[in-house]
Design a protein around this ligand. Structure first.
Ligand code: ADE
Ligand code: ZN
Length: 324
């Protein structure tokens, strides 16, 4: 099964590049930037990666990314992941990144963008890997701040494929970001949003109705509303489901309890992604292998999921046709 999965044209639609920061690189960057980490060893860092919920993870995630200071740090972060993913058979990644998390720490947007865009360019030239760029906004920060950052990003609009919405979901409904998403739409940017990870099915409906999103990141709680399931089946809106993430963040107790088989049985447009591979137990291959074991999926299921992702990815039409 592993050989079969690795030779598929794997596409990952939901990946936070800051969540790909492996402890080994975290320690190397901390040393390069003369910083002290709250962990004495790599093993100690890994031991801290046990989460009760999304917020518990986010605290560790934001702490981990403080080692990212220079353009080279962002380049190394992205390139490190691109090479690892490529070795597992990934041919395209739609990459979320969190500019506010870096601006807040005094790291200029130019530093973040220069490092990530250089890594994208080099990966596309040398790794046969294409990369989509999703500028994500932190939903637990003020909506005005997000709008300011989008305006500040004007020199980079042309390099963005979409904007996204992430971070602490509960209590931060999509409706809070209507002005931001309207502005992005006016700029011709595609919109995606995390919804229905920890938040209720109603947040998925809000993301569709008020933010006009093209895809829903996670979306697993859609099953709590029959009407929403019917709507998602009819619209074939893509859900970027992240099984190992959902287990790590206790969205489900065990992978065997995950709603993925039900989502497929409902004929929804499901894709699989790794979310934050450094924190949740691995990349796309680890997620695929875990699903194969938990659900007994055969090759046909993975071909279907891979096709769904290729059809949705932010890539050129020539490349899409080549991969399909
Ligand atoms: N940021 C990084 N990973 C996230 C997740 N799983 N949910 C919300 N925001 C995130
Ligand atoms: Zn995510």
């Amino acid at each position: 099964m592993q050989d079969f999965l690795t030779q598929l044209p794997n596409v990952e639609l939901h990946l936070h590049i800051e969540g790909s920061l492996e402890p080994e690189l975290m320690f190397a960057l901390a040393e390069r930037n003369h910083m002290t980490l709250p962990y004495a060893t790599i093993a100690e860092a890994k031991a801290a990666y046990h989460f009760h919920d999304l917020q518990g993870f986010l605290d560790i995630y934001f702490q981990g990314m403080t080692v990212l200071q220079t353009e080279q740090d962002f380049y190394d972060l992205a390139m490190d992941y691109f090479k690892r993913a490529r070795a597992e058979g990934v041919v395209h990644i739609d990459m979320h990144f969190d500019p506010q998390a870096h601006l807040q720490r005094g790291v200029p947007l130019e530093v973040v963008m220069a490092g990530l865009l250089r890594a994208k360019k080099d990966a596309e030239a040398s790794l046969d890997l294409s990369v989509g760029m999703i500028m994500a906004f932190l939903r637990d920060r003020p909506a005005d701040e997000a709008l300011d950052v989008l305006e500040q990003a004007a020199p980079y609009w042309t390099f963005l494929d979409a904007i996204g919405l992430d971070s602490a979901e509960r209590g931060n409904p999509p409706e809070k970001f209507q002005a931001l998403f309207a502005r992005a739409k006016a700029l011709g940017l595609v919109r995606v949003a995390h919804a229905g990870e920890e938040g209720p099915a109603d947040y998925i409906e809000q993301a569709l109705d008020l933010l006009d999103v093209q895809r829903i990141d996670h979306g697993v709680r859609c099953l709590e509303s029959d009407a929403l399931v019917q709507r998602l089946r009819e619209s074939q809106t893509v859900l970027t489901v992240c099984p190992l993430s959902n287990v790590s963040l206790k969205v489900v107790d065990h992978l065997r309890d995950h709603p993925l088989p039900k989502l497929l049985a409902e004929q929804l447009n499901v894709t699989i992604s790794s979310d934050d591979p450094a924190y949740f137990g691995g990349g796309l291959l680890a997620n695929h292998l875990a699903c194969a074991e938990a659900f007994g999926w055969d090759e046909a299921v993975f071909r279907r999921l891979t096709r769904n992702a290729i059809e949705e990815a932010f890539m050129g039409e020539d490349r899409r046709q080549q991969l399909l």
